[in-house]
Write a protein that binds this ligand. Sequence first.
Ligand code: C2E
Ligand code: MG
Ligand code: MG
Length: 434
Amino acid sequence: MPAPPERTEVTAAPPRIAIVDDDAFQREVMRQLLFNLGHDAVEDWPSGAFALQRLAQIDSARMLLIIDLEMPGMDGVELMRGLAQRRYAGAIALISVVGGRVLESAVRLAREHGFNVVGHARKPASLPMLRAVVQAWSESATAAPQRPRRSYGVAELRRALVQDELILEYQPQVALSDGRFAAVEALVRWQHPFDGVVGPGDFVEDIEAHGLIDELTDRVLALALAQAACWREQVGLTPRIAVNMSMDNLYRLDFPDRLRAALAAHRLGPATLLLELTESRLMSHRAASMDILTRLRLHHVQLAIDDFGTGHSSLAQLRDLPFDELKIDRSFVHGSTHSTTQRAIVAASIEMAHLLGMRTVAEGVEDEADWLAVRAAGCDVAQGWFIARPMSGAALPAWCAEREQWLRDADPYVVDFDEFAGSSGSTPQGVPIH
Ligand code: C2E
Ligand code: MG
Ligand code: MG
């Protein structure tokens, strides 16, 4: 093993890429392949310990480390622990002879450490694999850095609620069998006077923490029902509307009655509305929630279990509550073609939901591969950027008309999708691209 360099000052021109692998032959092959791809500033480091020593001497913020998981002495997982302790800020790609679930867990661990993981693959490394890694690395370097979540105080949040600063966007859902528009999910946004449009990820938690979630839900329901009445009256559009609720909303026993009154005031049937639920914290009013949800179902309002499989939405909830729909979280859906584990979870969730008589919705269908995979798995409905981004209520009728026209013209369902087994490989032409 070569001795680590002795200098301790930061070098002027650090390497762009380093290969950490105990196998000298593999290092040489990868170095040659990277050279063929135009990268000559590549170092090969024979062990994790060597890597940590070398990194202490250089500015590594813009580097890519290609790490072999199986190394004698310090293995790849231990090396990542050391990198996290030293706040390594460059990119990482993982390679391993084992592949499969071990490699997938190592990738998740790397992301848990906060690393920018630009690829993972089974050994031996190949030119296409390294090309993909290097491309993802250069794309990530130009991507916007993640910013920390904003935080808002109670006075500002109250003002947003009373001064009509909240608006809704609507994301279409389509049937996977024929691509037709099926429903919308209402998603709240805050038109902040100084910060611009703020997404729910930046303020719903604060709303919950300040005990204002009832006010938020009331406002969202009022906006969604008014929009539904407007679509029906102006363009004859009557989609099912899904509204997100927090379990914390479910303690006021008169909620089903108030909801029924609000629906009646807009002359809307209860089946227009679907309530999406996740278990944000421990259900603190268990009996009241079950009372309210069971009555809502008796009154024909539909219920969905949202983000299924994430730990906030559990099997116990499925057992105890009368859900109509199961929404598979996008962390299982997006990229499922590349992960046997994700595919197994998606398939099992769909089968279980169908056994329980529930409709299934795949969230986060971002690309054609996701679409084909969930379709092959027998899912009923898809939602995601591949179909449409969330849009204003005013924009939805035009989107629906355009989609109808496109389905008529393109006849995209002539392809025999059933031949697609959900694995990576060539995908048939003619699937919906919007
Ligand atoms: P959710 O209910 O699971 O909603 C889906 C989220 O995924 C939305 O984010 C949507 O914009 C995003 N999304 C849709 N398609 C794709 C895709 O293909 N790829 C990716 N990466 N993302 C996609 P958004 O609008 O930021 O909402 C985030 C979460 O905030 C929602 O997750 C929901 O839990 C919560 N939320 C939204 N509106 C409300 C509301 O009115 N009340 C409450 N209590 N929570 C809300
Ligand atoms: Mg939702
Ligand atoms: Mg969700």
